[in-house]
Design a protein around this ligand. Structure first.
Ligand code: SAH
Length: 454
């Protein structure tokens, strides 16, 4: 984090703006909106500044910058068209430990001014740390378009209801449930926008009276194979609303960073040298958390219903009547195939694709004959240790020894590693890889040399 975001109260606090032209005018407007005790120093002032001064909104100081202007200031903005003067103001402020913003050289300043979306009291600030102001502006425009104008009114109303909510609802969970319904109420928002206060009061009363569900719930969310950009929008919304997130080893760090900061995170994966938390214990944990009224997200790598034991976790919840839902994720096969330029099907090479577990305890049940057939793609999950057996069986059942194979490790992440070889070389190739890795077998692998992009 290059800059620490902070909202500061400037009401009645002395601030200095150096510069009297158009750019300074824009900054002055913001500082006046924030109620600053504004002093503006410059050689010349635009007519707007003179008008503001006559209206008593700010004080003008005519002349070249002098350090004494900084006396008693909390914040300084240098907005002249002369870089040397701006720099001089910046240096003087720095020496006195006063935060200073330089309009044309934000990265040299101790403070930057973000692009803002103002729905006071709701305020959103967007910054690129001075590196890409146009991007920050585009983001701001998107947010402006997305956020209805009446949000400010809704936020003000929420402020006035806080005590009533505290008195009415004892637990944090109940309060949060109330607020979510409050902010999600289209009817209330529309009524406020129409300025119909009696009706708004009526809607608020009915929100207080409606029963709040005490019961928790569990959402099984697929986190995708690693790249946080591959999380679904719905998955993102779920993890941002969760009270508790139960996750395992395959869930990547960037995705965990999207979890709400005050949510509890429970790791149930296997760490080097330690054993997995037994499945029965995970099932029990989900049940207990939901029974205590929490919104639980069970976050799993890839898709929860593909080699994820998601079904088993839901069965116990169903038995106890805990509400649950499932948000699918991009499974490792899709993610790894896309990020390594290997289409899973292709008109010329493969008309079907099979996802196969490499955990071959139930070898008798694997139909090697079918797996060895032509014109399909095989994707082995958890197959590294069993690579020699996979190679042996496929060869034995008639697959061409020259059949292309690929191994993809840490697919879709910055550490992705992909190597290709032939079926005859699979077992020795596998020795150079570590989990998590996928084995892809099929003619489609040969397309990688043309289609790789990542
Ligand atoms: N539910 C998951 C699969 C869990 S089984 C999904 O749909 O993707 C665990 C196996 O998935 C690993 O052993 C590995 O074979 C594969 N896997 C998961 N993430 C992977 C990744 N980023 N790169 C390569 N393989 C991955």
């Amino acid at each position: 984090m290059d800059y620490f975001p902070l909202f500061c109260r400037l009401q009645g606090k002395r601030c200095l703006l150096v510069g009297g032209g158009d750019v300074a005018e824009r900054k002055a407007r913001l500082l006046l909106d924030a109620g600053a005790d504004l002093h503006v120093g410059a050689l010349d002032f635009s007519p707007v500044f003179q008008q503001w001064a006559e209206q008593g909104k700010l004080h003008l100081i005519s002349g070249t910058f002098e350090e004494c202007w900084l006396e008693g200031c909390w914040l300084v903005i240098a907005a002249t068209d002369d870089d040397a003067v701006n720099q001089q103001v910046g240096d003087a402020a720095e020496a006195r430990r006063i935060f200073c913003n330089l309009v044309d050289a934000p990265q040299e300043a101790s403070a930057i001014m973000p692009s803002i979306v103002d729905r006071s009291p709701l305020m959103i600030a967007v910054s690129s740390g001075g590196r890409a102001p146009v991007l920050a502006r585009l983001m701001r425009e998107k947010l402006e378009a997305m956020l209805p104008q009446h949000l400010g009114q809704l936020a003000s109303l929420a402020g006035s209801l806080r005590n009533r909510v505290k008195q009415t609802f004892a637990s944090m969970g109940q309060r949060r449930a109330f607020w979510e319904r409050f902010f999600a109420s289209d009817r209330l928002a529309q009524t406020l926008a129409n300025g119909d206060q009696p009706r708004a009061d009526h809607i608020v009363d009915s929100l207080f009276d409606a029963p709040l569900s005490q019961q928790g719930e569990v959402v099984l969310v697929g986190a995708g194979p690693g790249d946080a950009g591959l999380l679904t929008l719905k998955g993102l919304q779920c993890i941002q609303q969760a009270d508790v997130v139960v996750y395992d080893r395959l869930v990547s760090e960037p995705i965990l960073n999207l979890v709400r900061r005050d949510a509890e995170r429970i790791f149930v994966g296997k760490q080097a040298g330690h054993h997995c938390v037994p499945q029965s214990q995970i099932n029990q944990l989900l049940l207990e958390q939901a029974q205590s009224g929490k919104r639980v997200v069970r976050l799993k790598g890839g898709d929860p219903f593909i080699f994820g034991r998601g079904g088993e976790e839901l069965e116990i919840l169903a038995q106890h009547n805990i509400p649950f839902s499932v948000v699918p994720g991009i499974t490792a096969a899709s993610g790894c195939a896309a990020y390594s330029g290997i289409p899973l099907t292709h008109r010329d090479h493969a008309q079907s694709v099979r996802f196969v577990t490499g955990h071959l305890q139930q070898q008798g049940e694997i139909e090697w004959q079918k797996l060895a057939a032509e014109q399909q793609t095989l994707v082995f999950y958890m197959g590294l240790n069993q690579a020699p057996e996979i190679q042996r069986q496929l060869l034995q059942h008639g697959m061409d020894a020259a059949m292309p194979v690929a191994i993809v490790q840490n697919g879709t992440t910055p550490d992705q590693r992909v190597e290709t070889a032939t079926l005859a070389e699979l077992s020795s190739l596998a020795q150079q890889f570590a989990s998590p890795a996928l084995i892809i077998v099929g003619r489609v692998v040969s397309l990688r040399h043309q289609l790789r992009w990542f």
